[in-house]
Design a protein around this ligand. Structure first.
Ligand code: PLP
Ligand code: ZN
Length: 407
């Protein structure tokens, strides 16, 4: 990987050989010593000769930016290349010019597929035949899907009380789903122990330094798709914080290389019941590290990528807001009914965050805003019903319909 210079600790600056699979910096006993991949952009630039014409079949258009070996064969389901929509009715609803990028339309229904494709490609190239992660939902389903695609065994650790619905998808993809008697944190710790014991390739987003790198392609695509009309604000929800940083890093790279003139301000959105990044950014004292929100994909009590997320907010001149579960559900309903875009709660949280930021004067109504939907609505039908109410029951008789619709 001539284009990858080094893995650098975000805390102390220690560097590691990118050819070795090192997960975290050994100078710190805690998991905060997250490593970041640093590139040689002269090499990247030499290799990247794609036209920036908005034609994006999938994220491998940006292969020159991805930390995979030159001879690696991508394990792909055509992730990325998602559409960017104008959103005129949503703009009217919110009172600000809106566009939406729907990354719920990825192969397993989630933006994480960008990262999973990169890490399963790396695992396969390294000759690994088992991949693992700890998760309650989307990361597990994504990993299981790509493991199936790449012919790898997949072993997933979930807390014992994980909802049945979120487990169906990885089971269909053929993964071993191991329900740990204990909390998510215990499942996470066990997955780390197991990785050490058996040497399985670990996709845990927070600690695998290559994970976030695949998420940069959403930023590359956004830069390419908005050339000449870069939004003032780019909005993501935040759980562990890797997604917003990936999106920012990708956009920033394209700006720094001169592919696009400017970069947007990043707005990060968290749930009121899982707000540790927001509190860190605003230097509030954070006391509660137990997550409590129905937006399960961002229900993270102790985010492991707070540093990177805060860096995205700082470098871009952005900020963060928190929203309630009711506001998130309202956002899900607004997005679906105004534009036909169906998001799971974490995917709709940006809409709630934009409302909040407008009301707090963070976003000005003259500015333009782009929301990234990170996950597909069908993953969580239960909260969709909470957002919209149930169907109206009627008898199988014309009169019933007449009563409702005749003038
Ligand atoms: C994982 C996830 C997020 C949050 O990503 P982080 O990297 O944990 O901040 C947001 N939305 C959806 C749908 C997700 O699956
Ligand atoms: Zn370190």
């Amino acid at each position: 990987m001539e284009h990858v210079r080094t893995l650098e600790c975000t805390l102390c600056g220690e560097t590691y050989d990118p050819e070795q699979l090192v997960y975290t910096c050994s100078n710190h006993p805690s998991v905060q010593g997250i490593l970041e991949v640093q590139y040689d952009y002269d090499v990247v630039r030499e290799r990247f000769d794609e036209p920036l014409d908005g034609n994006i079949r999938d994220q491998w258009k940006y292969r020159a930016f991805l930390p995979v070996e030159e001879d690696a064969e991508p394990v792909t389901l055509q992730e990325g290349g998602t559409d960017l929509y104008d959103a005129p009715r949503l703009s009217d609803e919110l009172g600000v010019e809106m566009r939406v990028k729907d990354d719920g339309r990825n192969p397993t229904g989630v933006l994480k597929d960008r990262a999973t494709s990169v890490s399963v490609t790396k695992a396969t190239h390294a000759g690994r035949d088992v991949v693992t992660c700890a998760s309650t939902g989307n990361a597990a389903a994504s990993l299981a899907g790509y493991a199936a695609r790449g012919g790898l065994d997949c072993r997933i650790f979930v807390p014992g009380d994980a909802p049945e619905g979120k487990l169906a998808q990885p089971l269909v993809y053929g993964a071993d789903v191991l329900a740990v008697r204990g909390s998510y944190d215990e499942a996470y710790d066990l997955s780390m122990e197991v990785t050490e014991e058996f040497g399985w390739y670990n996709r845990n987003a927070a600690i695998n330094p290559f994970q976030v790198e695949g998420k940069r392609t959403v930023g590359h695509e956004l830069a390419e798709q908005t050339r000449g009309d870069v939004p003032d604000w780019l909005v993501f929800s935040m759980g562990d914080g890797c997604t917003i940083y990936g999106g920012w890093k990708g956009f920033r790279e394209f700006r720094d290389l001169g592919f696009v003139d400017e970069a947007p301000k990043m707005l990060g959105v968290q749930a009121e019941g899982a707000r540790a990044i927001h509190d860190a950014y605003h230097e509030h004292d954070s006391t509660d590290d137990v997550a409590n929100t129905l937006a399960d994909s961002i229900a993270v009590g102790r985010p492991r990528n707070t540093l990177k997320a805060v860096k995205a907010l700082n470098e871009s001149g952005g900020t963060s807001v928190v929203v309630s579960d009711d506001e998130i559900l309202r956002g899900e309903k607004t997005l679906g009914s105004a534009e036909g875009i169906y998001a799971e709660p974490a995917g709709a949280a940006p809409i709630a965050g934009i409302r909040k930021a407008l009301s707090e004067g963070i976003i000005d109504e003259d500015e333009s805003v782009l929301a990234v939907v990170t996950g597909y609505g069908l993953k969580d039908a239960k909260s969709a019903v909470e957002a919209s109410g149930s169907a109206t029951e009627i008898a199988a008789e014309l009169d019933e319909v007449k009563q409702r619709y005749s003038p």
